[in-house]
Structures are given as structure tokens and as C-alpha cells.
Design a protein around this ligand. Structure first.
Ligand code: ZN
Length: 315
């Protein structure tokens, strides 16, 4: 299933083709800084059309260790069995103690009237759940950071709808992109001197444009199946949150879902649309999802797995 209709692809290709003959030429297979110098070769290395600024000339940039933002509350410490468990505490008007685990660790939200001793007791009661979630989170984060970022060169493999497509770099009079479903090639035409940063921006823009078209089509299909209407739809790019639905039926879907196969995209869409009827994750909610997407359990697990396998594209 292609996000753009075949007609759109054809017209784009036509437009592309006409100019391609006159002004486009294929380029090299690696940026000039990554071509090893070969003493046996007489031919000079191909010249990069990109004038890479010094900071992008190094293909692999180690991820900076970001210090915790200064508006974070100081961490509290608690002995849990043999562990020193660190957590951040926030007071709120909610009625019960809430636990959340993310890349920063454990966050506790508690009503103002509850004492620290009571909070620590609540943590101890929940320690098995907390420790296993923290471990899971740490492992996932490690797996994510270990992956090398994609090299932005001609021939690079990019994930699109659950399979790889090939990036083709061309030099032309103006920046353009076109995708050929037959060859599964994404051609990015860039003006001479374009930077890697610009290339990445252009690829991201292409992904987002495809996501918008496909997600809207699938939203309409599943909304009709469920017999609901959504108010509006927009793209989001929040870390690992795939979708959201507000009480006023505004749906947001993470454009990065476009990397995954359509059944996984459909699952997130079915999930968010079901929230129009059930604003929670109760059994009734999952029954509703099951009406339009019976294999939701498998899809949910597979989405988690695929998300971990995704190469680092736009760090
Ligand atoms: Zn949900």
C-alpha cells in the first residue's frame, strides 16, 4: 500500500524526468570525507557536491550527555532491598500516588498531604514493578544508543512502510524529492553545495508528507468502520509516543510511524479512534479496538519491537 496514489507518483516522476535529462547527473556513492584513498587507483575520487560545514564533516558525532534540566526537582533516595532507588517527587492535587518511569528514571507524583514516609512505603510496596520497569527501560535505552546513525550517502537504506528503500542523491538546479515505488528509490535532488543537514531536513519533510497522506486515508477507513468521526488530525514527533486523542476528538499521530508496516500504522490509528468512544485503557476500550483491529495484541508487541530495531535517522 502506497501513501501517494499512483497518479501522483506518475506526475511527479514526469516532472522529474523531463529535467532529469537536461540538468541532472548521478553522483558518487559516498561523501568525499568517507572515501578511503586508494594508492592503486589512478582515477581521482568523485567530488562531493556538498560543501560540508566543519561540524558535519565528521560522520559520527557522539551523543552529548545531557544534564538534567534545572527545573527538575532534586532526586530523593530510598533503600529498597539492596538497591538505592532514586526518584524525583512532584506534589500535585491528585488524590493518589502516581508512578511513572521514563529515561530519567522513576518519577513520583503525590498529593500534598501525604508524608515522605508514606510515599517511601508506597514505593516499597510497588518495588517489584518499579525495578523491573526500570531495568527494561535501561536496556531499551542502551540498545537505542548503541546503534550507529544512518550514513547519509547515495545508496543508503531508509526504513519506509516496514521495508528499506534506497536513497539516491542527485545534483540539480533546485532541491526536490521524488519516490519511485517500482524501484523503491527515493531520489533527492539537491543544489550544489547543499549540506548533509539540508539533505536530512529534506528526507524528513518527505517522510512527513507521505505520513500525512497515508495516515489521513487510514483514519477515514477506520473511523467509518468504527462509526465515529474525528475532529482533526495532525502529525506529532514526540519521542516514543505514537499517537494521542483528546476529548474533543483531535487526533495526533507520530510521523515516524511511516517507518513501520501498514498493519502497525493501522493499529495505532484503530487505537486512537477507539479513544473517541473510551477515554481510557479499560477492558471495554480494548474490546472496542478489537472490533476494528482484532490482532491488536500482536500489533502492540510488534510495534514495540520494531521501534527498538529502528536505525537512528534523526538524532
Ligand atoms: Zn491509548
Amino acid at each position: 500500500m502506497k501513501p501517494a496514489s499512483p497518479k501522483d507518483d506518475a506526475s511527479q516522476l514526469d516532472l522529474f524526468g523531463r529535467e532529469a535529462q537536461s540538468s541532472l547527473k548521478p553522483v558518487y556513492t559516498a561523501p568525499v570525507w568517507s572515501i578511503p584513498t586508494s594508492p592503486t587507483s589512478n582515477t581521482p575520487p568523485p567530488v562531493s557536491p556538498y560543501v560540508a560545514p566543519p561540524q558535519t564533516a565528521v560522520p559520527v558525532k557522539p551523543r552529548a550527555q545531557t544534564p538534567p534540566p534545572s527545573d527538575q526537582p532534586p532526586k530523593r533516595q530510598l533503600m529498597v532491598g539492596d538497591f538505592v532507588l532514586e526518584y524525583s517527587l512532584r506534589r500535585s492535587t491528585r488524590r493518589s500516588i502516581g508512578f511513572m518511569i521514563d529515561d530519567e528514571g522513576l518519577r513520583v507524583t503525590a498529593p500534598k498531604r501525604i508524608s515522605i514516609a508514606e510515599i517511601d512505603n508506597a514505593i516499597r510496596t510497588k518495588q517489584h514493578w518499579i525495578l523491573s520497569k526500570l531495568k527494561e527501560r535501561r536496556e531499551r535505552r542502551a540498545a537505542r544508543l548503541e546503534k550507529p546513525p544512518v550514513e547519509w550517502i547515495d545508496g543508503a537504506q531508509l526504513p519506509y512502510l516496514g521495508a528499506d528503500i534506497t536513497l539516491r542523491l542527485l545534483v540539480g538546479g533546485r532541491n526536490r524529492s521524488s519516490y519511485n515505488p517500482a524501484t523503491r528509490e527515493l531520489s533527492m535532488v539537491l543544489v550544489p553545495g547543499a549540506t548533509e543537514t539540508l539533505l536530512k531536513e529534506r528526507v524528513k519533510a518527505w517522510y512527513q508528507q507521505e505520513a500525512k497522506v497515508l495516515f489521513e486515508q487510514r483514519l477515514d477507513v477506520f473511523a467509518e468502520r468504527l462509526g465515529v468521526r474525528y475532529h482533526s488530525f495532525g502529525l506529532s514527533s514526540a519521542g516514543t509516543r505514537w499517537g494521542s486523542c483528546t476529548v474533543d476528538r483531535k487526533i495526533r499521530l507520530n510521523w515516524k510511524l511511516i517507518h513501520f508496516s501498514q498493519p502497525l500504522i493501522d493499529y495505532v490509528i484503530a487505537h486512537e479512534l477507539s479513544h473517541i468512544l473510551e477515554m481510557n485503557h479499560s477492558a471495554q476500550f480494548w474490546n472496542t479496538v478489537g472490533l476494528i483491529y482484532p490482532e491488536y495484541e500482536e500489533a502492540k508487541n510488534l510495534l514495540r519491537k520494531r521501534a527498538q530495531e529502528l536505525p537512528v535517522l534523526f538524532p
